[in-house]
Structures are given as structure tokens and as C-alpha cells.
Design a protein around this ligand. Sequence first.
Ligand code: UDP
Length: 239
Amino acid sequence: MKYQKGDFLYEGKAKKIYSVKGHPQWVWMEFKDDLTAFNAKKRGAFEGKGRLNLLIANKVFEFLKQEGVKVHWVEALLDETAAICQKVDIIPLEVVVRNWLAGSTAKRLGFKEGTVLEEPLVELYYKKDELDDPFINEDQALLLGAATREEIGELKKQALKVNQLLLSFFQKACLQLVDFKLEFGRSSASLMLADEITPDSCRLWDIKTKERLDKDRFRRDWGRVKESYAEIWSRLESI
Ligand code: UDP
């Protein structure tokens, strides 16, 4: 085997993190079959979900790497349903980019789901389960010590760049990138894109029919969750 899984470090809602023997700068990120929503108040799973999300994340991160975006992704280990990633300190901010309004912001501001935005909207959420990840502004992020003003500027700039790249990437698969959430990490003083980019963290609609193919199918009990994740992978596989 090329790499060996080391000590267990952390278990999140959809992934388990281990060290990598002999490589202290890396982590072993295992994708689970679990699905959670509403801060884990709703739980589910389907067989093969971890593998589908790993394949999708791998395709996305390899594309972003090729385009010059700094990402934590080193390589996917398909037989292990895992990826080798750079070890980073995660910045406790969720950076959400929206191209069409849906979900929490559509509801809060009274817009119809699917309202197109002239400019992409960038939002910050404080990553804190106990507080249900509240929506915050930049000054509140500073108050919380989550990042410096320079870092927040850089996060937003990177998020918009990733958005431009991913809009056309998904378009090639006839998928509309409605919105998505990014997380960033610090590693030896530089910022890099971390965590995952999968149908768990993006809203992806069929461009023509507007059929929802992402985690909203699970959140809203629409069924065909597994089939939708498989559909996304089958479209991305061939681009
Ligand atoms: N999102 C996520 N994790 C979260 C919250 C949101 O990955 O903890 C993603 C979500 O899948 C969607 C986008 O970020 O693609 C915007 O989500 P929104 O704020 O509308 O919240 P939600 O409707 O998920 O409550």
C-alpha cells in the first residue's frame, strides 16, 4: 500500500480524519456514507455515498488545482474511500457563495427560490455547532477572532474565483451551481481551500429541467437521493 493510515484524529458528520504514517504534514480523510442536515438533527445514510462524494470531490479539487487554486487535496485513495490532504488549521468560517437564491437566504429575505442574482453574493457563517452556525458579518468575524481583516478579504476573493471556475465546470455537465459552501485552512501561514466540495455542500440543479440533484433531496424528503448523487458523478465523469 502506498500510504498507511495512522491514528484516529477526529470524526465529523460526513468524514473521519486520521494521521498518515510518516507524513506529519498530511491527513487521511475518509468519506462516510452518513448524511446529516439541520446541524445533525436529521440523520440518514446510503450505501456508496462516501465513494460518490470522494469521486466528485476529487474531480472538483483536481480541476481547481489545475487552474492554480491552492487546495489541501493531495490525492484520492479510491480503494480506501479516502483522500490524502494537507493538514491545515480550519478557519471557523463557512464562506457561502450564491448565484441564484435558495435555502436560508431566500427564506430570510423573502425571495422566491431560483431568483437569479446579477452579481454573486458572498456570505459568512460562524462555524460553531452549539450556535447552529449563525450568519455573521465581517466585523463580527473579527470580534470572534475567526480571521484577520486581510484573511477575510482573501477568503472572499478566493471564493469568487472558485465560483467563476466552478460555474463553467458544472455547466459542462449541464448542472446549475446555485450556491455552495467553502471552508479554508491555514498551513504554514498561507491560506488554502479545504474540507469538501460535493452535493452535500453545493446546490446543483439540472440546467434544463431545474431538477434538484443535491442534499436538498435528503433535507426535504424528496427521495432519489442516491440516484441524484450518482447522476452528478456520471455527468462529471465524462467532462
Ligand atoms: N451549506 C453547507 N453546510 C452548512 C450550511 C450550508 O454545506 O452547514 C451549503 C448548502 O448545501 C448550500 C449552501 O451552503 O449549498 C447554502 O446553504 P443555506 O445557507 O441556504 O442553508 P441551508 O438551506 O443548507 O440551511
